[in-house]
Design a protein around this ligand. Structure first.
Ligand code: MG
Length: 246
């Protein structure tokens, strides 16, 4: 009886649909899309056809300042660059569950060490930071290096490229869910590929990311803007696109 219950539990836990027979020709086929092209160091690739393009190389019109008003970072040569003291920028649109593609390059030649070297960050929902940092031959605490879930999870490997070279983050994020009483019912989860290499594997966050602390979840909206951090370093970004997940 115990054994039977175990098998039953496993069956219930899989994601296989019971609605369709195996190899059922009546099952609707996925929508066909143009998947775009990969970037090279010299040129940004083309986003998938069904993506929302957040930066196409020309303008920051999908972004605004975290302080309100227009985003005041510099746009030039197909990228934009953090302007020290201008403050963080955020998307005008809110996002929850998503696939997010971001490309960035740390300043070259590098200046500073550790956290003081090419620091920025991609904040999902403005709360959950995937660290942007020049971690190429530069040491810092593991849970704060490039592609770390800041303060919570070091990357599985350090797949950093040298400063000045373009790097990619491909992020799959599932927002946390909250009950009617405000308690978290399902923590946020994130998968990250850094330069195509898996570095965060469906990691479950303990709450928002922060410096020196791990604050608990606080109930928030289903969709919130993505923030990019002004840490005082002229980090560059290009080719940013997002696909909302249903
Ligand atoms: Mg940062």
């Amino acid at each position: 009886m115990y054994k039977f219950a175990g098998i039953l539990t496993v069956a219930l836990m899989t994601q296989v649909s019971t609605q369709w027979k195996i190899h059922d020709m009546d099952r609707p086929v996925p929508v066909a899309i143009d998947p775009g092209t990969a970037s090279t160091n010299d040129a940004a690739g083309k986003p998938p056809a069904d993506a929302v393009v957040l930066f196409d190389g020309a303008s920051l019109d999908k972004w605004e300042s975290g302080k309100g008003g227009p985003a005041k970072w510099n746009v030039a040569n197909g990228y934009f660059e953090v302007v020290k003291g201008a403050g963080e920028i955020q998307t005008k649109q809110g996002f929850g569950d998503c696939q997010l593609h971001v490309e960035w390059a740390a300043p070259a030649p590098p200046q500073g060490e550790g956290q003081d070297r090419g620091n920025s960050g991609v904040f999902l929902m403005g709360l959950y930071e995937i660290q942007v940092l020049d971690s190429y031959q530069s040491r810092t605490y593991a849970d704060g290096q490039a592609s770390a879930v800041y303060g919570q999870s070091p990357p599985l490997v350090n797949a950093s490229r040298p400063p000045g070279q373009w790097q990619t983050y491909d992020i799959v994020f599932h927002a946390p869910r909250f009950g009617a009483d405000g308690a978290v019912t399902r923590p946020a989860r994130v998968t990250v590929l850094h330069n195509g290499v898996l570095v965060q594997d469906n990691f479950e966050l303990s709450g928002p990311t922060a410096n020196q602390q791990r604050p608990p979840y606080k109930a928030h909206a289903d969709k919130l803007p993505i923030h990019l951090q002004d840490h005082g370093h002229p980090v560059r970004f290009r080719n940013i696109w997002i696909r909302e997940l249903k």
